[in-house]
Design a protein around this ligand. Structure first.
Ligand SMILES: CSC[C@H]1O[C@@H](n2cnc3c(O)ncnc32)[C@H](O)[C@@H]1O
Ligand code: ZN
Length: 439
């Protein structure tokens, strides 16, 4: 059999149904797809490859999927810390966004985010921010996958005046990208407290017609739920259900406030949950009942949230936090074992984004979205179980190589499609402007 690239790795973690680690196996890439996955001894006999890559001491994993972020917010990293969500948003972040966010801000912030994410082994992200057309373009130009969410909020912003305009821009973006190999479009109404029922009902109709996902913050804090009960007499989840939005197209982010009946309702609906443990901890928003959701059959993916509330976009670290926090919340060391954490950061993310036919696991026929992590560092030695090492001990600077659709974007830890010096200079310029204005 012929292949463009044949990779020999010490460990391959396919994250498929078998949930097993393959030792001393090889993976072939042909025309951007995984064309074979077999023991090294067989690969050496059967495969005629144009290029061979030896990765001793490395593990090959599927590309990580950051299922919730606001990429351009990298430029607001560290602007306001140690605050609860509503103070952080109302007194710091929203005023800064009102003052600074334009197409140039989103382009520069997204480039910085893409650089950080690629270097950390993230191959795809689900974004919610102003100017998603810029996010989609910058990300696709770098060769990375994105589900760019067309935001909707009730208030007029520099980006759009009203729901009609947000939705019109969303439809234009959908037309532009719906056959694109890397970028896709979703609707991203911010939350039930920032978007009223009439636009939410229209989003439900459009998402059904176009078969696109709906990406929303939901039940992030206790205050959000109490405010909804006070104003509408209903919890946010119940409102969404009444509007027909609780279904397999919904990507519900945070979900720290869930009663048993709500977990059953989410499971029955097929909606996806994105857990953002580090942002929830930093903003003291609450704890998502991840183990209970998983036990109920809910697809739970992992997200970093934006760099202004995390404060990094590091999904390897997020896996570790998710696995540790779940044990504390469930009172059980068996909650969210390493294999589950890795699945949440890969295959479950792909399911949530509706792209699991294409990516999320290392299976023959899927796109070659994958990451080689060098486990030879002192802090990942000695090694008994590759998956456990990946989740509990590896850090993002051990990411050596990253491929998306078979194209190599990171080689020996360095980006091949981005210019870090220019990106960092632009970030520094924004920092100077923003800091000068705030002082
Ligand atoms: C309208 S674009 C997205 C909007 O969301 C804001 N944001 C960032 N992080 C969070 C969060 O954890 N909860 C709620 N809203 C958040 C961001 O600043 C943008 O304005
Ligand atoms: Zn968010």
């Amino acid at each position: 059999m012929q292949a463009e690239l044949l990779i020999h790795a010490d460990w391959i973690l396919p994250v498929d149904a078998a949930d097993s680690t393959l030792e001393r196996h090889s993976l072939c890439i042909d025309r951007g797809r995984i064309s074979a996955l077999l023991p090294r001894s067989e690969a050496e006999q059967q495969i005629e490859a144009k290029r061979v890559l030896e990765l001793p001491g490395h593990a090959l994993i599927p590309g990580l999927i950051n299922a919730h972020t606001h990429a351009a917010m990298t430029l607001l990293r560290g602007l306001a810390d140690d605050l609860p969500l509503m103070t952080w948003l109302h007194e710091h972040i929203w005023p800064a966004e009102g003052r600074w966010v334009d197409t140039e801000f989103v382009a520069d912030g997204t480039r910085l985010a893409v650089l950080e994410m690629l270097r950390g082994g993230i191959t795809c992200f689900n974004d919610m921010y102003f100017y998603p057309e810029v996010t989609a373009r910058i990300t696709a130009e770098a060769g990375m996958r994105v589900l760019a969410g067309m935001i909707v909020v009730d208030l007029p912003t520099r980006y759009a005046q009203d729901a009609d305009e947000y939705l019109r821009r969303g439809l234009e973006l959908y037309e532009q990208y719906h056959d694109h190999p890397l970028a896709r479009i979703a609707f991203a109404p911010h939350s039930t407290y920032a978007v009223s029922e009439e636009p939410l009902a229209r989003i439900r109709t459009l998402s059904d017609e176009l078969e696109v996902q709906v990406h929303m913050h939901l039940h992030e804090t206790r205050d959000e739920v109490m405010q909804s009960l006070g104003t509408h007499g209903e919890r946010p989840l119940a409102r969404l259900d009444r509007l027909g939005l609780l279904g397999p197209q919904l990507i519900a982010v945070h979900m720290t406030q869930l009663e048993d009946e709500e977990i059953a309702r989410v499971a029955a609906s097929g909606a996806h949950v994105v857990h953002c443990p580090e942002s929830n901890l930093k903003l003291a928003s609450g704890f998502c009942r991840v183990a209970d959701l998983l036990d109920a059959g809910v697809n739970v993916a992992l997200g970093t949230d934006g760099a202004a509330s995390n404060n990094d976009l590091n999904l390897l670290a997020e896996m570790r936090t998710a696995a540790l926090l779940a044990k504390g919340v469930a009172g059980s060391a068996a909650a969210v074992p390493a294999e589950t954490a890795l699945r949440m950061a890969t295959l479950n993310g792909a399911k949530a984004l509706g792209i699991d036919d294409e990516t999320g696991s290392l299976e023959v026929g899927k796109a070659a979205d994958m990451v080689a992590v060098d486990l030879g560092n002192p802090h990942t030695q000695p090694l008994y179980h590759a998956c456990s090492q990946m989740v509990y001990a590896a850090s993002s600077n051990q990411v050596q190589h990253v491929w998306i659709a078979g194209r190599q974007l990171i080689r020996d830890g360095e980006p091949l499609t981005l210019e870090p010096d220019n990106i960092l200079t632009a970030a520094q310029r924004w920092r100077d402007r923003i800091a000068e204005h705030s002082s």
